[in-house]
Design a protein. Sequence first.
Length: 544
Amino acid sequence: MDAMAPLVDVRDLSVRFAAGPTSIDAVSHVSFSVAKGEIVALVGESGSGKTVSALSIMRLLNYPSASHPSGSIVFGGKDLLRASGNTIREIRGEKISIIFQEPMTSLNPLHSILKQVGEVMKLHHRLDEAKVRARVIELLRKVGLDNPERRLNAYPHQLSGGQRQRVMIAMALANEPDLLIADEPTTALDVTIQAQILELLKGLQRELGMAMLLITHDLGVVRRMADRVYVMSKGSIVEEGRTADVFERPEHPYTRHLMSAEPKGKPPQPSPGAPIVLETKDLRVWFPIKRGLLRRTVDYVKAVDGLSLKLRAGETVGVVGESGSGKTTLGLALLRLVSSQGQIAYVGQRIDKLDSRQMRPLRRDMQVVFQDPYGSLSPRLSVGQIIGEGLIIQNPGMSYHERRMRVMAALKEVGLDPHALDRYAHEFSGGQRQRVAIARAMVLEPKFVLLDEPTSALDMSVQAQIVDLLRDLQRRHGLAYLFISHDLKVVRALSNYVVVLKAGKVVEEGPSEEIFRHAKAAYTKALLAASFDLTVVHRAAQAM
């Protein structure tokens, strides 16, 4: 095959979804190609058709409700849209692999990491258990998972979001495919690991002559990784070309809009003397490590180790750190969703000793937006039912009409069509699902909101809109936010105070601008370098 001949050639592709008596055209007459050894990026906002186009290559759409009114996808001389089921199964995982955006919903919660990563090798290659185990350990080590031997028998829920994504990458690379489809491969990763994973993927791509189709909303990743780029909007390709040319001379207004979009502005300042909404002293969350026949505790994973903080009305405290540093565990402990030791006070009331029944009246005032919107939204409930569920529990006397109007107002507030309340989560893009999750939290008008990576699944322009929305809500209602993120640009736009965590301990904390301008800890400096200048991440990491 010629070096520049298409490995996969997509021509005039259209994708249509049946929605009851009507239909939706998600992709319209799209054409693109990827050559052997080439990295091509599909870029666009949520709902632009990027993922749908890529999933069509592996025939992973929800058939028969999805159909292709036009088009062909030629790979290895075969039109995949018309290939038999056996042919597609032979290609999946062997010739073409995919890294999904949402690892928690892509990994089987009932199977260990060893079984899931090893399964794809067993399906295509007859390897004995010892060889599979050795290969899995090698892959996990390559993707930066610490102590891979100890992770083999772990289950997805025992890993952080970033660690789960690294397992997904290991699965995709297991059989050294000819084409790797990477659907937002670094969305769940902190910035230092992001750089390492991207370098790993690029190194493997060069070593194996592997082609890569990169789907992302992160233009920094595109600029660093891709040879060519296709810009998608509303199901169509509006611009294409060599990456350097598109970035230096963008022609389409939509491309220019994407390149100028990022969270801007400063967070609102809390009123002087604002009351303390949430306070914790010497908070500890230790998970026991049990071994042996009698399952005796031999050690502890110190997810949060002696942390103290105060959060005032109208204030945002940003918590940053790498995956596994204890950020999410801290937030869950403050909400009393995991067991902890140490004092936790909500509006002056000690809550660390309250049981679930005693906590129930406080749940209305303490809400959470999770990192993974698809995993946190029930696939069996409509959007209206998801957002309105809390109203049924907390306001049982509210009429159906009042509840429906409140739900529609919440949808409108987060930038979604209010009349979409009868649709289901799977009918929305990743970014739209996250906005549904935010609406679910805001509809109860809480005083404290835990925001766990609320913008990680969103494209840049929607990130900016969500940040503006959260700031407006905070000004209007005096909300207190605990904002957990690995995206320091968003943290800077939203947070008044920043806490830097590493291995469960605070390595640095202070007012946001002080941390961003005059960071003292080497670890903080490495995070800042990785976030604001990805090319210097390794120099910064070496300084730690």
